[in-house]
Design a protein around this ligand. Structure first.
Ligand code: SF4
Length: 285
């Protein structure tokens, strides 16, 4: 039976993108190929908050106890090796059982499943079919992969997403979405490693894909325009969202309106971060 290293598993409201406002089960896998230490920092500088917390990891026993950060990746504990002991390796049976415990009813109603990270398309693609075919998942209709858009789908997983439901006799009308949060230079990651148009274009072969750029400044928006040009040139047809930077409310409210105006001007969509005003972006929300 397949196993997945799980950073968090919780029930909340999707705060971002296409399914904003939809009650959702969040399955946060462990591991990421990036660090995104540039978020919230002056351009060219990198946050040390995650590294500083890694020095005192012994003070924390659960995700709920971990402090929030205002710079760098706000889900640092889902990839930083120092926090790996907080993330158990669970079988698909154990994950499915836990999901049934946190759903408000004993079956799927209109909740959607968000598979996030970290980067959920790293090594775990091989494990998802077992989980998604589990008898407890029969009523699940909509699934979103929240990805940074750098991981190619394996041929096996692509085949599963295209024909897998048919082979197992499960629902054939499951809707797959790829919410691609491509990382601009403000994240601190290198353009050539973060902007991968051919990979993202391929997601559209098996589901609906959209791009979501986290921005704070005019330079970020100019970078987003440049990236969109590259994705469009590769044949990407999906929607474009702009989302304000800010894992903490003070930073988020500072630029939300400007980001909304910038999206309107370009005919792009605006994505909120409902988890910040609603739940203060705490772990488990
Ligand atoms: S890609 Fe996402 S999870 Fe990975 S470091 Fe960047 S913000 Fe964090």
């Amino acid at each position: 039976m397949s196993k997945i290293k799980i950073a968090e598993l919780f029930y909340s409201i999707q705060g971002e993108g296409r399914y904003m406002g939809v009650p959702s089960v969040f399955l946060r896998t462990f591991g990421c190929n990036f660090k995104c230490a540039g978020f919230g920092m002056p351009r060219g500088e990198l946050s040390t908050e995650a590294e500083d917390l890694a020095q005192v990891v012994h003070l924390y026993n659960t995700y709920e106890e971990l402090p929030l950060v205002s710079t760098g990746c706000d889900s640092y504990a889902s990839w930083h090796p120092s926090f790996k002991e907080l993330s158990p390796m669970l079988t698909s049976d154990a994950i499915a059982d836990r999901i049934m415990e946190i759903l408000p009813q004993t079956h799927w109603e209109s909740e959607h499943l968000v598979i996030t990270g970290g980067e959920p398309l790293l090594g775990w693609q091989r494990a998802y079919p077992d989980l998604l075919n589990h008898p407890s998942m029969v009523g699940l209709k909509e699934i979103t992969f929240e990805t940074n858009g750098t991981q190619k789908l394996t041929e096996e997983f692509k085949k599963y997403l295209t024909y897998g439901w048919l082979q197992t006799g499960y629902r054939t009308d499951r809707e797959i979405t790829f919410s691609v949060s491509a990382k601009l230079p403000a994240s601190g990651e290198k353009w050539e490693e973060a902007i991968c148009p051919e990979i993202v274009q391929e997601y559209e072969e098996v589901g609906t894909a959209y791009l979501k750029f986290v921005v704070a400044t005019e330079q970020d928006i100019a970078d987003a325009e440049c990236a969109v040009g590259a994705y469009r040139a590769a044949g990407f047809k999906g929607h474009i969202y702009l989302m304000p930077v800010g894992g903490v409310e003070s930073v988020y409210t500072l630029n939300a309106k400007n980001v909304a105006l910038a999206a309107m001007k370009r005919g792009w969509r605006y994505s909120d971060r409902l988890q910040v005003p609603l739940f203060k972006n705490e772990w488990g929300t």
